[in-house]
Design a protein around this ligand. Structure first.
Ligand code: ZN
Length: 142
């Protein structure tokens, strides 16, 4: 299947045509995908037990994978998916700009590292700017 979980896709047909969303689930056997916020169906659920309340439940319905196009994270365009082999691994590439649509494991690690670094910075104690005050005092004393 050309569409994978966490891909951003453009919907081509149906009531949500033209919308984009993130793939939250896929069913390769049926060639169907579930896209966040797309084909939301409302179902009313009746209370069956004493402690339940009747409610309307919104749930995302599966749509055919052939009705969506992957949006390339590099060029931000809906594109057809090409394939190439990098380091012995088959990866999906954007047919428009050639960028990989699959995040390489190394890149994922780098993202994690960067995240950890920023978190460390935030927790580090901040230096207090007391120097300016001290110099003022010595000037007054003279
Ligand atoms: Zn692209």
């Amino acid at each position: 299947m050309k569409v994978k979980k966490n891909d951003t896709v453009l919907v081509l047909t149906g009531k949500d045509a033209g919308k984009t969303g993130k793939v939250i689930g896929s069913d390769p056997k049926a060639n169907k995908v579930k896209v966040d916020g797309i084909n939301v169906q409302k179902k009313s659920r009746k209370a069956r037990k004493a402690n339940e309340t009747s409610e309307i439940v919104s749930q995302v319905g599966a749509i055919d994978a052939s009705n969506v196009m992957v949006v390339c994270p590099a060029c931000n365009k809906a594109t057809r998916v090409g394939h190439t082999v990098i380091d012995g691994k088959k990866v999906r590439v954007c047919k428009k700009c050639g960028a990989s649509l699959d995040v390489a494991p190394e890149a994922k690690k780098a993202v994690k590292k960067a995240k950890a670094a920023t978190e460390a910075k935030e927790t580090a104690p901040k230096k207090r700017a007391t120097r300016a005050k001290k110099t003022d005092k010595t000037e007054q004393g003279e």
